[in-house]
Design a protein around this ligand. Structure first.
Ligand code: ADP
Ligand code: MG
Length: 389
């Protein structure tokens, strides 16, 4: 790979500015799942063992360039200490061997890829290491601009993710099914244009499916969807048709009047959708349809849960399909690759994480990688290496 890695640097006595992705799933103020934290531990260990001091930078949620205390990263310091086994200080005044700085997105310069903001960040380190593969589809100050200011390289997780995805997917066996669900509709839609050209089936779930259902003229009551994305969804369906990609939409759903734990739900057919209810999961007929197609496939790529898996029993659709993927993978009939912050959480909840062929920490970046696009964060590391050469 044409970028520098940890092995290319002498870290002794150096301060390393380390970009990681701490955008972890949180429920009621508690970290629900620590995969993203645990998967950067090898990089942390390597840097500490090689005599570096580490200054960690990350975003968390969408504070949109404003200081919003509910998005502070401070609550994560004890979690990092526990998962990594080092003491971690918080904020610019910390003198610990590992320091966590405040949420990057409190500054509007971060998402604007602003050089002045990158300069402020660069002041905290001698070397920049990017170990946030899951953010490499964004050219932000902490993934792009910063690479013009410090010597830079990829962390061990970034390296491992890219290698694993290449091995698994450089020559994927067909038929390929992509499963795309979850809630980040508009950000993921743009990826689907290219994805439908590369896969044989696209199964949709979550808010994503709802937007397509609306585009096909279905009633979806009060379900989560993005009405201004309906035209986009129609275009994707047209591209899919031209490319012989079959889009699989739910045919039945679990619906609720109000989404809260312990709420009662019904299963309804999509041609009979009550106007005062929301779809929160796919129903049994839809589950069967996806499982049947999975049996005929050789590769599955999965980002985004089928339903609101955080609230039981609306994890049912995701769990059943995950179990099917797990069984087929174990019997060597299917190569299964999944990625995404919440997707990892949902598969963990389904108890199948160990059974998949590969699980990436990245969702959006994973989808864009699948499209065959050069990721800006990775390109920035490559460009920096070629400038230095
Ligand atoms: P990832 O982080 O894996 O990329 P997303 O962030 O796009 O996935 O989506 C995950 C979120 O989508 C979960 O919090 C889940 O509750 C939500 N979700 C899934 N289905 C629905 C639905 N039908 N209505 C509302 N939210 C949904
Ligand atoms: Mg998410």
């Amino acid at each position: 790979m044409n970028f520098k890695t940890l092995r290319d640097f002498d870290f002794n006595g150096k301060k390393v500015l380390l970009r990681i992705d701490l955008n972890v799933p949180v429920q009621d103020g508690i970290v629900a799942e620590t995969t993203r934290i645990d998967r950067v531990k090898p990089t942390i260990d390597y840097l500490i063992q090689h005599g570096a001091k580490i200054v960690i930078i990350s975003h968390f949620g969408r504070p949109k360039g404003e200081v919003k205390p509910e998005f502070s990263l401070k609550f994560l310091t004890p979690v990092l200490e526990k998962q990594w086994g080092y003491s971690v200080g918080f904020g610019e005044d910390s003198t610990k061997e590992i320091t966590l700085l405040e949420n990057l997105r409190f500054d509007p310069g971060e998402e604007k890829n602003d050089l002045a903001f990158a300069k402020k960040l660069a002041a905290h380190g001698d070397i920049f290491i990017n170990d946030a593969f899951s953010m490499s589809h964004r050219a932000h100050a902490s993934t792009e601009a910063i690479t013009h200011l410090l010597p830079c390289g990829a962390g061990l997780l970034m390296e491992a993710e890219l290698k694993a995805l290449h091995i698994a997917l450089d020559h994927p066996e067909k038929p390929i099914i992509a499963i795309v669900g979850g809630s980040k509709i508009s950000t993921k839609l743009s990826v689907l244009h290219n994805l439908v050209k590369r896969v044989n089936y696209l199964a949709l779930g979550g808010g994503m499916a709802n937007t397509f259902l609306l585009a096909t003229g279905h009633e979806i009551g009060t379900s989560m969807c993005e009405t201004d994305m309906v035209e986009e969804a129609k275009k994707i369906m047209a591209t899919a048709k031209e490319s012989n990609c079959e889009i699989i939409l739910p045919i039945d759903c679990a619906v609720v009047e109000k989404l809260e734990p312990g709420t009662s739900s019904d299963i309804v057919d999509l041609n009979n959708f009550p106007n005062n209810k929301s779809a929160v999961d796919i129903g049994p007929k839809s589950i069967d349809a996806v499982c049947k197609i999975l049996e005929s496939c050789k590769t599955v790529l999965w980002n985004g849960p089928f339903g609101v898996f955080e609230i039981k029993p609306f994890d049912n659709g995701t769990n059943k399909v995950a179990q099917k993927v797990s069984d087929l993978t174990k019997s060597k009939k299917l190569v299964s690759i999944a990625g995404g912050g919440d997707t990892v959480s949902a598969l963990d909840n389904a108890g199948v994480v160990e059974d998949f062929s590969y699980i990436s920490t990245a969702g959006g970046a994973f989808l864009e990688w699948l499209e065959g696009k050069e990721l800006p964060g990775v390109a920035a590391l490559k460009n920096s290496a070629s400038r230095a050469a």
